[in-house]
Every structure is written in C-alpha cells, then in structure tokens.
Design a protein around this ligand. Structure first.
Ligand code: NAD
Length: 452
C-alpha cells in the first residue's frame, strides 16, 4: 500500500479535462452495470430491496455526477478576494488546489454509494484516490474493485480489499486527506492513526438521530414519513430515525398509526421483496440481544421475526434510558418511543446526549421550528420528512461532535477535498514601507491615521 501511495503521490493531479472525462466514464459504467451492482449488494445482504438499491446506491451517485459535471468549471475557478484598503491596489484570490491522494474508507450499509459519493468529490477536486471498502459486504467490495479498474488505471484510483487490520494500516498511511464513513468508535481509531501523519480528515459517523413530534403535527402524516425513513434498508441507515420523542397524551395514537403504515408498506416482512435483510447473522444477533431485559408488553413486533436474516419491524415503548437500546445507535429495524411532558423536556433529552447526525422535527409551528433550530445541535435538521435531505443536490452532508467532522456533497465535497489556497498579489504601487522600520515621525503619524 505504501509503495502504491508513493507512486501515486509522485504523479500530477488531474487536469479539469481529465476530471470531466473520469466522471463521465464513471457514470457510464454505473449505468451499464447497474443491474449487477444491485444484485451483488443483494447477495451480500442475503436480500436487499432492488428499489432501495436503485434509489440509494445508483441514482444518488448518478445525480451527484451530473450535478458535479454541471458545476465543476465554476468550482475550479480561483475566486477574487478584495485586498484590504490599506494595501490598495493589491489583489488576493482563493485558488482551489488538489490535495494529492485521498483515502476513502467505507462502511457496509450503502457499500457502493459510500465509496462512489466521496470518490466523485475527490476526483472533482483533482485528486488521485485510494479506496478501502467494507469487508462485511465482500462481493460488493470486489465488484467495486473490478469497476474501478475498468474506469481508472491503478495509479489513478486504487482499491484495497481487507478487514480491520488492513483498514488500520490504510488509515496510518501518509495520505493527503481521508474521508472515513463508519461508526463513531472506529472513527476515533482512524483519527488517532491519521494524527501520526497529520492527515486531514472528514469523518462521516453515526449516532442516535431523534425524531421529535410537535403537539401540533398530524400524527398520521408523521407516522407515514417515519415508517418510510426507519425501515428503508431495515433501519441500517446512518440517518435513520433512532428513537421518537412524543407527548404522553398522543403516544397510543402514534403507535396505532405506525402499525398501520408498517403493515401497509411492509406487509409480511419475512417474504416481502421490498423489505431488506439485516446484513449478517452477527448483526441479527446484536439486534435480537438489544431487546433483552425489556418487558414483552412494551414490544410490538410487526410480522414474523423468524430465523431468517430478516428482522420484523419492531416498536419498543418507553424502554429505560439506561438500557443499551437507548445508549447505542440501533442501526436496525427497532424503534423506541419515549414520552416526554413537553417540548422543553424533549430538548433537554436531546441535549443531554451526543450531538446527532440528524434531528427530525415534525411541526408546522414557526415558534417550535425556531426553538429547535436555535436550542439544539445536530449535523442536519430535517423538518416534516425523513431521509431525503441526504439527496438534495449541493446541500452539505456531515455530522457534528460524535456524529462527525466536516462534510461533503456538491461544492462542499469539492472544498473538503481541495486545499483552498490563499494567494496575495502585490501591486507595483506599494505603500507597505510606510509601516516598516525605520519608523520616522511622518510614518508614526501615518500609522496613527490608519489605526481606526
Ligand atoms: P465500521 O466503523 O465498523 O467500519 C467502517 C470501516 O472501518 C470499514 O471499512 C472497516 O473495514 C473499518 N474498520 C472496522 N474496524 C476497524 C478497526 N478496528 N480499525 C480500523 N478500521 C476498522 O462501520 P460499519 O459497521 O461498517 O458501518 C456502520 C456505521 O457507519 C454506523 O455507525 C453508521 O451510522 C455509520 N455510517 C455513517 C454514515 C454517514 O454518512 N455519516 C453513513 C453510513 C454509515
């Protein structure tokens, strides 16, 4: 890996024309091979809904490439920055420069999108790229390697396969930037490894994304959106709703509407092609264990849980906050519902925990929206809908605190993968001597005059 990186670092960054060609070729291969991409992911998962893969692995990437191709000529241009009047008529600019070789480390839950999304940003910014896909979805990792080799030479984009040991070595390489997507726990290891080389990082992590339902909002509408967002990919989404906060008076109504919409969207989950599997038996066991110690009367499982890799959509009413279900990111089809007295108690509940990747608010009341915007912190805030903020072209995506550091998508991805170099051009007319030693009486007066 080290030798490969060295040889890539010795080569020049991509020109604008090369970037455009690479992105177009990438788009072409994704389009040509989309059926294979979808079926391979499904093999890795035992079963992954075809439409979920089409929407969240293929379409999102093609959209991002199209958007980037439309914008890139503007992004690469140096931007004029006005010099301070004291230095008139000098000039400044902000000139984006490729960082060099970017390392991309990806998780298994959207194993194609979370490689290709960061790759688009890295290439748009002119970087060569090394990729470490997740070992938990090995068939997709191997297909990714094949597809990359069809579009790029090994010195342009290089894919390394392997598990945690390889990932450890990878993150310790003197890369020029790392974009890591994965768990908060592993994110800390990656940051430690990268610090050895002072490699800058974008950390796209996870956490518990809360849903807050305001007392003004239509429960049926909220439940419909929550069901779509929570059980997409069987809850294995970094920004899936992790738990719901609602006032006690409306809890029963919410449970009824959630049940209704689950039964409508995913009837008979065990053999419903629209409902995805849990990625592997280890995660299935982890999720099953998460229900240990909870009174059966607090659990509603909608459909057969079975021994298969599918786990039925599951609601848990008011689990203790000290229970593992409320301590760790769930990352599966279980949704706890917590009752609070009022908005202020819900805000305190959220603020007492790590800053989430996304906060979902259901309310049309301006005052409530303003309060949540101002009094909570989260990577993103999504009002009256789940998940789709991820797919907004050009809208930066990233966490804060334990849910991540930095962001990407659109121009923000380009900026994260570029060095935004400040350039100063001294004009021939130069008054700078007026503040430099030897300081005469005249200069002293001049300094006093400009000191305002
Ligand atoms: P993970 O952290 O276990 O793995 C991610 C990557 O880290 C993989 O490439 C893996 O090989 C590597 N890795 C694993 N253990 C390692 C170790 N000990 N040392 C060094 N590298 C190691 O994450 P995961 O289970 O694949 O994915 C789930 C997590 O990712 C969830 O927390 C989810 O919220 C998060 N996620 C975040 C986003 C986002 O955009 N913010 C998107 C998807 C998933």
């Amino acid at each position: 890996m080290k030798t490969q990186l060295k040889s890539m670092q010795a080569l020049p960054p991509f020109t604008l024309n090369e970037r455009i060609t690479h992105l177009k070729n990438l788009s072409k291969v994704i389009k040509q091979r989309q059926a294979e991409i979808i079926s391979t992911i499904s093999e890795d998962f035992s079963h992954r809904s075809e439409h979920e893969s089409l929407l969240a692995e293929v379409m999102v990437c093609l959209d991002e490439i199209n958007y980037t191709l439309k914008q890139i000529k503007q992004w690469v241009r140096a931007k004029t920055w006005h010099a301070d009047w004291k230095f008139f008529p000098s000039k400044c600019s902000i000139t984006p420069q490729p960082k060099g070789v970017v390392g991309i480390m990806a998780p298994w839950n959207y194993p194609f999108n979370l490689v290709v999304g960061p790759l688009i940003a890295a290439i748009a910014a002119g970087n060569r790229v090394m990729i470490k896909p997740s070992e938990i979805t090995p068939k997709t990792a191997s297909l990714t390697q094949t597809l990359m080799a069809e579009v790029f030479s090994a010195d342009e984009v290089y894919v390394v396969l392997g598990g945690a040991e390889v990932a450890n070595e990878f993150s310790g390489l003197p890369l020029d930037h790392i974009l890591f997507t994965g768990s908060t726990q592993v994110g800390k290891i990656i940051m430690r490894n990268a610090s050895e080389n002072l490699t800058p990082l974008t950390l796209e992590l996870g956490g518990k994304s809360p849903v807050l339902i305001g007392d003004d909002y239509n429960i049926d509408k909220a439940a419909k959106s929550i069901v779509a967002g929570k059980w997409f990919n069987a809850g294995q989404t970094c920004l899936a709703p992790d738990y719901i906060l609602i006032d006690a008076a409306r809890q029963d109504e919410l449970i009824e509407h959630l049940k209704k919409h689950i039964n409508k969207a995913f009837p008979k989950p065990d053999d419903n092609p629209d409902y995805s599997c849990v990625v592997n038996p280890r995660h299935h066991q982890r999720l099953t264990d998460l229900l240990d110690g909870i009174d059966e009367q607090q659990i509603y499982q909608l459909g057969k849980a079975g021994d298969s890799r599918k786990m039925a959509p599951t609601l848990v009413v008011n689990p203790p906050t000290s229970h593992p279900l409320m301590q760790n990111e769930i990352f599966g089809p279980i949704l706890p519902i917590i009752t609070t007295e009022n908005l202020s108690e819900s805000i305190d509940f959220i603020n007492a925990r790590d800053k989430p990747l996304t906060l979902y608010l259901f309310s049309n009341r301006r005052e409530t929206i303003k309060t949540i915007k101002e009094q909570t912190q989260s990577g993103s805030l999504s009002i009256n809908e789940t998940l789709v903020h991820f797919a907004q072209k050009g809208l930066p995506f990233g966490g804060i605190g334990h849910s991540g550091m930095g962001s990407y998508h659109g121009y923000q991805g380009f900026v994260s993968m570029s060095h935004m170099k400040s350039v100063y051009y001294q004009s021939k007319i130069n008054f700078n001597d007026m503040v430099r030693a030897p300081i005469t009486q005249f200069k002293e007066k001049f300094i006093a005059m400009i000191n305002r």
